[in-house]
Design a protein around this ligand. Structure first.
Ligand code: ADP
Ligand code: MG
Length: 272
C-alpha cells in the first residue's frame, strides 16, 4: 500500500487479511453452487474470477464477504472462522469486505454525498448515524474520494441526475469510504457501454493497487483485466478448474473452462 498516492483526507485501508476457504460447499436445494472448494487468497492479491454463467462466482463472492454461510466447510478471515465470529466481528468483516455489483442500488433521490456516506453507516455508533441524517458529515473526505474518481463536482447533486458510469463511480466511492481491506467486484461493468466499462474497470484496479487491498474481480471481460491481475481463477459447476498466473493461462485452459458455454469467445479478446 502506498498511502502517499491518496489525498490526505481520504480513508486509507488497513492491513488486508488472508482469506481462506476450507472444503467449502454451498448448496441451493440439492445442487452445489460451490463444491468442496479449497482456496487461499493472500493479502493484497488481485484475482480475476472467471467462468461460465452459473459456475458459482457470485456465490463465492458472497461467501467471502460473509453475507452467505457455507453449507459445509469453513471460511476463514485472518485465520478466524466466520461461523465462530461474534456479531461485532462479523459486522466488522462485512464492513471491510465490500461488494461492488452490476446493480449499484443507489438511493436516486438522495445526493451523491449521502449515497457515499451510507457506506460508513455500519461502522458508526447510532448518534453519528442520526447526525448524518440531519446535516452533511465527512464533507472533505467524501469530496476527496469523489475527486479521485473524477466526479467531485457532482457531490451535491441527486444520484438520479448521473449517468450509468457516474453512478457506478458513486457505488465505488460508497465501497471505498469505509476503507475496505477487500473489494469484491461482481461484474461491476456489465451494464455499461464498453468505453465506460473500461474506465470503471481501470478505476477499480487502480484503487485496489493504490490502497493495497485484496481484489477479487469477477468479469466476463478477461481481456481488460487479465494482465493487471496477479492470479486468474476459473470456476465451473462450483469447482476450481483454473488457478494460474495470467502468463500461464492458455487458450486450452479457457476452452475447458467455458466448454459448452456460449460465453466462450474467440481469442478471448472481446467483451462478452
Ligand atoms: P455465477 O455468478 O457464476 O453466474 P452463481 O453463484 O450466481 O453463478 O450461481 C451458481 C449456481 O447457484 C447456479 O446454478 C444458480 O442458479 C444457483 N443459485 C445462486 N443463487 C441462488 C439462489 N439465491 N437460490 C437458488 N439458487 C441459486
Ligand atoms: Mg454472478
Amino acid at each position: 500500500m502506498n498511502p502517499h498516492i491518496l489525498p490526505s483526507s481520504q480513508p486509507v485501508s488497513g492491513q488486508a487479511p488472508v482469506l481462506e476457504l476450507k472444503a467449502v460447499s454451498r448448496y441451493w436445494g440439492k445442487r452445489a453452487a460451490i463444491n468442496n472448494l479449497n482456496l487461499t487468497i493472500k493479502p493484497g492479491e488481485t484475482v480475476a474470477l472467471i467462468g461460465p454463467s452459473g459456475g458459482g462466482k457470485s456465490t463465492l463472492i458472497r461467501l467471502l464477504a460473509g453475507v452467505l454461510k457455507p453449507t459445509q466447510g469453513r471460511v476463514l478471515v485472518a485465520g478466524k472462522d466466520l461461523a465462530k465470529m461474534s456479531a461485532a466481528e462479523l459486522r466488522y468483516h462485512r464492513a471491510h469486505s465490500r461488494i461492488i455489483e452490476q446493480t449499484h442500488l443507489l438511493v436516486p433521490q438522495l445526493s451523491v454525498h449521502q449515497n457515499v456516506v451510507a457506506g460508513k453507516l455500519p461502522l458508526w455508533p447510532w448518534h453519528k448515524v442520526m447526525a448524518s441524517a440531519l446535516w452533511p458529515v465527512e464533507k472533505k473526505p467524501v469530496h476527496a474520494l469523489l475527486e479521485s474518481l473524477s466526479i467531485g463536482e457532482h457531490q451535491w447533486r441527486p444520484a438520479s441526475d448521473l449517468s450509468g458510469g457516474q453512478m457506478q463511480r458513486v457505488a465505488i466511492a460508497r465501497a471505498l469510504i469505509s476503507a475496505p481491506t477487500t473489494l469484491l467486484a461482481d461484474e461491476p461493468t456489465a451494464s455499461l457501454d464498453p468505453a465506460t466499462a473500461r474506465a470503471v474497470t481501470e478505476i477499480i484496479l487502480n484503487q485496489a493497487k493504490e490502497r493495497g487491498v485484496t481484489l477479487v474481480f469477477c468479469t466476463h471481460w478477461l481481456d481488460a483485466i487479465m494482465h493487471r491481475c496477479d492470479r486468474i481463477i476459473g470456476l465451473r459447476e462450483g469447482t476450481l478448474v483454473l488457478d494460474a498466473k495470467p502468463s500461464e493461462v492458455t487458450q486450452d485452459a479457457l476452452n475447458l473452462l467455458y466448454q459448452g458455454s456460449e460465453e466462450l469467445h474467440e481469442g478471448n479478446n472481446e467483451r462478452i
